[in-house]
Design a protein around this ligand. Structure first.
Ligand code: C2E
Ligand code: MG
Ligand code: MG
Length: 596
């Protein structure tokens, strides 16, 4: 399309106000509710300017961005109000239009009034499409929006020219992590580090993090595990003309089996207090009676007719509401829905303790004496206490530390054994890899134990970087022996990359003459001088098949992995030897039993 054609298409769209708005939900995992919807503009479906990217680009080039912004915002507010969508309205705004002299800040407020949307419901999303030159002007413009009651989100964090500077200058209420960092996060340790750092910065600056562009359940599992609570992406819903407002329809079932290889397979049953709940039509006087009768009751859940939690009453807040003059008389015969809070944490019983702990710490307003609600398939089961979560987590941390390898801090033999046992119990297909460094002993002799430790740390890091935390496991048996459990299908590719990574990373440890010669000379186990090649990996792999699980125990499995490693060790340099549990069983089922 020529520039002239583009301009004419744009002019026509603006003249006829031929724009429409799609909405994509943003959900809160911890609260199992829809936080709000992002409004996304579309040109006419038959136009080359249907997608907002070329549409806004052409408007920008032709100095008609403000006009398009105003029209888009109007369409978004009108549709949001027509559809009666619940929660917040997220509006995209190009920052440069805020800086234009003809910009009229009062116009948005007017628009909201027309459509009956409260300013507190609106979040302004800023994306940086061009470098921002005047930060102080932008600051002023945003201050103006804030004073009108809007919240601010920084969109596409990590994609713009000065995302971090914008973050620190504007102190947004929300930051939306750019899709790039979410795409394939389960396969990429560096992306996980980025998101982890963003979460830390957000914690310090009291911003809430939204992850956009979630397409795969594996990505969701990793994000949920890291404690990212606000989520948006095709996995839940594409942007739609009439999006769903039913959270149960949007939320895919979280696969909690993911965390179970690395963590104690504990669900929340240990935390569950089967406290009765009340219906939302219960009278405040009745609720008071329940609290009076149970002196140690912190909180009481309020349910709808389907037994789904819709609110919570905490002892403290009820007491302070009723302490006001005449309050008891005024409220006694009113339903509890008048005094309940709708800001509460709900978790599913099969979520892991770690997930719940992360959700609790990510909640800005969580108080220790306020209980959270535990559900099963969305239906009320009972309450959980924050203090119990803290106790269990502390115990778990102490136990993990006790069983970790002191050098690499990776799980040691006890958790390795537990992991293998769980694998067998769950009858999962997996590759169990015994990882051993070739020529580590002579390397240690020449370079000393300090350097040797550095090599072990380097391998631990390479291993951790190559695993998918949603389905893999890495442990340190001791010395230069590690154990890797890979549940992912692309295990062979991962192992090849691991070898390359390790050899590349190790180059910094060698003296130049050894690097050049491709090896070093040292005493062998018999005390004679011998030439050794540079460090490499021997990988003994056991292909565990679900059918074989019933016939094996954890120590037999470990023994097979060690056998596979011995085969691999017999081959000089990098080598990989695979033993298949099926063939071993086929040949002689009793030989496996004897191998123990
Ligand atoms: P954005 O604000 O970052 O919006 C998110 C984009 O990601 C949307 O593209 C959405 O459809 C897409 N998306 C959401 N979930 C997924 C997912 O799981 N996978 C993938 N691959 N994509 C996903 P869309 O609607 O094409 O919008 C593109 C950009 O155009 C927006 O990026 C926003 O910067 C801009 N835009 C859209 N509407 C407006 C508007 O009214 N005003 C302004 N200033 N910009 C707008
Ligand atoms: Mg956006
Ligand atoms: Mg975005």
């Amino acid at each position: 399309m020529t520039t002239i054609e583009q301009l004419s298409a744009l002019t026509q769209i603006l003249a006829q106000r031929n724009l429409h708005t799609l909405f994509q939900p943003i959900i809160s995992l911890s609260e199992r509710r829809i936080l709000g919807y992002e409004a996304l503009t579309r040109g006419p479906s038959n136009s080359p300017l249907h997608s907002p990217v070329p549409l806004f680009a052409v408007a920008r080039q032709n100095a008609r961005l403000s006009e398009l912004e105003v029209a888009s915002r109007q369409s978004a507010c009108r549709r949001f109000s027509e559809l009666q969508l619940p929660g917040m309205l997220f509006l995209n705004i190009s920052p440069e239009t805020l800086l234009e002299p003809e910009h009229q800040p009062g116009r948005t407020l007017q628009l909201l009034q027309t459509y009956g949307i409260a300013p507190a419901q609106v979040v302004i999303e800023l994306t940086e499409q061009a470098p921002i030159e005047d930060f102080s002007l932008l600051h002023t413009a945003l201050h103006h929006y804030r004073s009108m009651g809007f919240s601010i989100a920084l969109d596409d964090l990590g994609a713009g020219y000065s995302s971090l500077r914008l973050w620190s200058e504007l102190r947004p209420d929300y930051v939306k992590i750019d899709r790039h960092f979410i795409d394939g996060i389960h396969l990429d340790a560096v992306k996980r580090e980025f998101v982890g750092s963003i979460l830390k910065m957000a914690g310090a600056s009291r911003a809430q993090v939204i992850a956009e562009g979630i397409e795969l359940p594996e990505e969701l599992a990793v994000l949920a595990d890291m404690g990212v609570d606000l989520l948006q992406g095709y996995l839940f819903s594409r942007p739609l003309d009439q999006p769903s407002s039913d959270i149960h329809a949007l939320l895919p079932k979280l696969d909690t089996s993911a965390a179970q290889l690395t963590e104690e397979a504990c669900d929340l049953s240990a935390l569950l207090n089967r406290q009765v709940a009340v219906n939302d039509s219960a009278l405040i006087a009745q609720v008071l009676e329940v609290f009076r009768a149970q002196a140690n009751l912190n909180s009481l859940a309020v349910l709808n007719e389907q037994q789904q939690p819709i609110g919570i009453v905490h002892r403290n807040s009820l007491a302070s509401a009723l302490l006001k003059p005449f309050a008891t008389d005024l409220f006694a015969r009113k339903p509890i829905s008048r005094l309940m809070s709708d800001d509460f944490l709900v978790v599913e019983q099969n979520q892991s303790l770690q997930q719940v702990s992360r959700l609790l710490t990510s909640r800005a307003r969580q108080r220790i004496e306020e209980d959270f609600i535990i559900t099963q398939d969305g239906l009320y089961l009972g309450l959980g206490r924050v203090i119990d979560v803290l106790k269990l987590i502390t115990e778990l941390k102490i136990q993990q530390a006790r069983h970790a390898n002191p050098l690499t801090l990776l799980p040691g033999n006890v958790p390795i054994q537990q992991c293998l046992t769980r694998l067998l119990q769950q009858a999962r297909e997996a590759m169990i890899c015994y990882v051993d460094i070739d020529n580590f002993k002579p390397f240690n002799d020449i370079y000393g134990y300090g350097k040797g430790d550095e090599v072990l740390l380097c391998l631990a890091q390479c291993l951790s970087a190559r695993i998918d935390p949603s389905c893999d496991f890495v442990g340190h048996i001791g010395g230069d022996d590690f154990l890797l459990v890979l549940g992912s299908e692309d295990w062979r590719k991962r192992l090849n990359c691991l070898q390359e990574d390790f050899q590349g990373q190790c180059r910094r440890f060698y003296r130049p003459e050894h690097l050049q010669a491709g090896g070093f000379s040292s005493h062998n186990r018999q005390g004679q001088q011998q030439d050794f090649p540079l460090l490499s990996l021997s990988l003994g792999v056991v292909h565990l098949r679900p059918e074989a699980c019933a016939h094996l125990d954890a120590s037999q499995l470990a023994e097979m992995a060690s056998q596979a490693k011995h085969h691999a060790k017999a081959v000089p340099g990098y080598s990989l030897h695979i033993l298949d549990t099926q063939t071993v069983l086929d040949q002689s089922p009793s030989s496996v039993a004897r191998a123990s």
